[in-house]
Write a protein that binds this ligand. Sequence first.
Ligand code: C5P
Length: 229
Amino acid sequence: MPVEAAAAPVIAIDGPSASGKGTISERVAAALGFHYLDSGALYRLVALAALRADIDLDDETALAALALDLDVQFGGGVIILSKQNVTDDIRSEICGMGASKVAALPGVRAALLARQQAFRKPPGLVAEGRDMGTVVFPDAQLKVFLTASAEVRAGRRYKQLKEKGIDANIRLLLQELRERDQRDSARSVAPLQKAVDARELDSTGLGIEEIVRQVLDWYRQKAAGSLGQ
Ligand code: C5P
């Protein structure tokens, strides 16, 4: 990694499904003029590519090779996989569940590591996922662990789907979220857990602006070197 890239500051935002990480991270990145990494999209892309290629979601060797060779471009809010726009396709619940399955495989995680770290470039990066602060960017300047109750998260997902005109069942969504939380937290490699040096932010009852402001305040305090001194 070039020295200047390694030195670029990182804000790591981790947390469970539908905790609002995506929206918050994009806003924080925009406010600071930083790059943005949606690491979950990479796992979703592996799942989508595997489903399309008829690869079994527990064939670790084939999935790791697929992850290493993914032909993907991010830009302007659009995700292109092998020349196809898959921005909406990867958001389906099938891809979400598939992502959580392939993400439990160490070979797949290892194959995606360098690809994620390559997003770290000046002037800085906001990276969101499950293991940004624990594994991918352990030296991040600021680590945030964003939570919200499962009910609140299911409610948010329901609203998002309805807004897109997609039919959804809130009880089913809650059940799927709990399954996904369970799998993400229980896996042996890079489980969803708060980094010891992460700041926890419970977004239940908070508005997006308040959360963004809190993260930016923490970052500015860190950047000014005033935190914990
Ligand atoms: O964040 P999102 O819901 O898009 O992530 C989809 C799945 O990818 C998660 O349920 C999780 O299993 C996996 N993931 C992961 N590590 C990350 C990001 C996502 O294991 N850093």
